[in-house]
Ligand binder design. Structure first.
Ligand code: AGP
Length: 609
């Protein structure tokens, strides 16, 4: 997804912007560009297709000196990745420059209107209409031109704007796309995400939809969409920049897999009071309100959706409330049954996923209560929700979600236990037992990580396969789905997850001699059934790798290889069974020479539909 960085201050803006953009690389991009206001007749700019390093090398030869500027990493939506389609975009005489994250839905009609008025377009992007509109409406007051322009736009946009006639000014806008402001000492930053500015300041404004920022004469003013001045609260970021760097690991993904014991602890322990009762401070649902809930949906995308599958299981089992889980992009167009008695639980690591946001807005508009599970404080999802559960997993940079997933599972277990207590569907003994067991997960995950070399050697044997499968039953099928997504996402091995009982209804036809089949076997009541399924696929030539509880000695007699994991309550096993599958995906990607953290065609945060 596109990344924006802007700067106004005393430093060399090019350095600040390039450094900031490098911290946004995790969002995924295909080109990068920069525009600097040098107090000349036109804005100086450079933009290059490809990695940020290409732009950096170009700038080494032709530096753009100046103290006010905007930069951008682009993830193509309208028009192929190319120098020309990269941002910034400038008006015809080069006096105004714009960077944009999001999609302008009505750009075709605006473009036709502008062409009819004599404007010519250089790029295929939707963004270019913005800069021509600014040109059209600019009458000496930049902020007025911005307001008039955004009135014409439909869609999602975070914008950064500079103009030659305003050498120490920067205007920024946020509407449905993330944008924050960093506050330094007589210097200001705009950025799509916090890591871009952490080197310079920890003080930020989280912008709301429709807010317009005007940086001028070493001061900053924020206005709402009706041009009323807004008094923003300064938030202090308390996580360290180290937390957003690799800390010595080769890849962010590996670091984040290793962050999990801490992430699990942080997400759980900070919410247990001295009597070990869960305190969900940002969830204000009373017992009565919970009793009044008629329907619960869990809605999310990708890995967050897979967490929701486990969440459904936990809430239904512990709190005895029926739950439906849906993919956000399906839910929003399915005319779902929603009323004032509906509770919608949305899950989103980034808190900025467009479909998830749209689903929650739809539910809110029909009167539903929305509970968000998110990892990003101040994110759009968090701000739109009635109740919020923050997973305290720390920033997740690798495109493949790992620690966010296990932290989301902890969140669901805690929410399910909290609901169960309120609905008196759990005994205090069972409650205490489960809290103890959740607490011990952190240590058990660390033990699994100690066995990473054995997993690596299993992966070496199967790394050249064209396809692979994951099988499971019950909660193990949920793990299988997340495991398959992870493996295909970063290794590019075609991988599917199947409910093991479905094999003979068609899918077993896919098994050939040597096909790797990972079988997740952690549910005691289903273990025997899984052994039969393992025999079935082995009889068709599959190479079976089982992931099983350490007590299950039968498994190693039937599987070709077994990854043993420690024991926990069956309900909690998805946290443990997922960890080896993350390592399988990581090593498969590594062995196949892929870019582990930035898999092809993917972006960390999907902020467009
Ligand atoms: C996970 O590995 C993915 N990259 C992806 O499925 C992700 O979980 C999905 O895009 C949802 O993102 P979110 O949690 O930030 O909403």
């Amino acid at each position: 997804m596109c990344g924006i960085v802007g700067y106004v201050g005393k430093r060399n803006a090019e350095d600040v912007i390039i450094e900031g953009l490098s911290k946004l690389e995790y969002r995924g991009y295909d080109s990068a560009g920069i525009a600097i206001n040098q107090n000349k007749d036109t804005i100086a700019y450079a933009k290059k297709k490809g990695r940020l390093s290409i732009l950096e090398n170009f700038l080494k030869e032709m530096p753009l000196l100046g103290q006010v500027g905007i930069g951008h990493t682009r993830w193509a939506t309208h028009g192929e990745p190319s120098d020309c389609n990269s941002h910034p975009h400038l008006n015809e005489n080069g006096t105004i420059a714009v960077v944009h994250n999001g999609i302008i839905e009505n750009y075709m009609e605006i473009k036709e209107m502008l062409i009819a008025e004599g404007y010519t377009f250089k790029s295929e992007t939707d963004t270019e209409v913005i800069v021509h509109l600014l040109d059209k409406y600019y009458k000496g007051d930049l902020i007025e031109a911005v307001y008039t322009t955004i009135k014409q736009l439909r869609g999602a946009y975070a914008l950064g704007v500079v103009a030659v006639n305003h050498p120490d000014e920067l205007v920024a806008v946020r509407k449905e796309s993330p944008l924050i402001v960093g506050l330094g000492d007589e210097e200001f930053f705009i950025a799509s995400d916090v890591p871009a500015i952490l080197k310079y300041t920890r003080k930020v404004y989280f912008l709301e939809n429709g807010e317009v920022v005007h940086i001028k004469d070493h001061t900053i003013k924020v206005y709402d969409e009706n041009k009323n001045k807004v008094d923003k609260e300064v938030k202090t970021i308390d996580w360290d920049i180290e937390a957003a760097s690799k800390s010595g690991y080769d890849y962010f993904m590996l670091k984040e897999i290793y962050d999990q014991p801490q992430a699990i602890k942080d997400t759980l322990l900070r919410r247990l009071d001295k009597n070990r009762i869960i305190r969900l401070d940002d969830i204000r649902m009373t017992k009565e309100q919970l009793e009044d809930v008629g329907k619960v949906y869990i809605v999310a995308c990708g890995t967050a959706y897979n967490a929701g599958l486990v969440g459904k299981y936990a809430i239904e089992k512990l709190a005895q409330i029926p739950v439906e889980v849906d993919i956000a992009s399906e839910f929003r167009y399915s005319d779902p049954f929603i009323d004032e008695k509906t509770l919608l639980i949305v899950v989103s690591q980034s808190g900025e996923t467009a479909d998830t946001l749209a689903a929650m807005k739809l539910a809110k508009s029909k009167g539903a209560r929305v509970l968000a599970i998110t990892n990003v404080v101040g994110s759009s999802v968090a701000r739109e929700a009635t109740d919020v559960f923050y997973t305290w997993a720390g920033p997740e940079i690798a495109v493949a979600s790992t620690k966010a997933y296990t932290a989301q599972l902890v969140a669901f277990y805690m929410i399910a236990l909290d609901f169960a207590l309120k609905r008196t569907t759990i005994s205090s003994d069972k409650y205490n037992e489960l809290i103890d067991k959740i607490e011990s997960l952190s240590e058990l995950v660390a033990q699994i990580l100690d066995g990473k070399e054995a997993i690596r050697s299993i992966v070496k044997d199967i790394k050249d396969t064209k396809s692979a499968f994951y099988l499971g039953r019950g909660l193990d099928y949920m793990t299988a789905q997340e495991a398959a997504l992870k493996l295909k996402e970063i290794s590019y091995i075609y991988t599917e997850a199947f409910a093991a009982g479905e094999l003979k209804h068609g899918t077993i036809a896919l098994i050939e001699k040597g096909t790797p089949v990972f079988c997740v076997v952690t549910q005691d009541n289903l273990a025997e059934k899984m052994i039969s399924n393992i025999k079935e696929v082995k009889a068709r030539g599959a190479f079976v790798i089982a992931i099983a509880k350490s007590s299950n000695l039968e498994i190693s007699k039937v599987a070709d290889d077994t990854i043993y994991i420690p024991e926990a309550d069956d309900l909690l096993m998805p946290i443990l069974s997922t960890v080896p599958t993350q390592l399988v995906a990581y090593y498969a990607s590594l062995e196949r020479g892929n870019d582990v953290d930035k898999p092809r065609n993917l972006a960390k945060s999907v902020t467009v539909e």
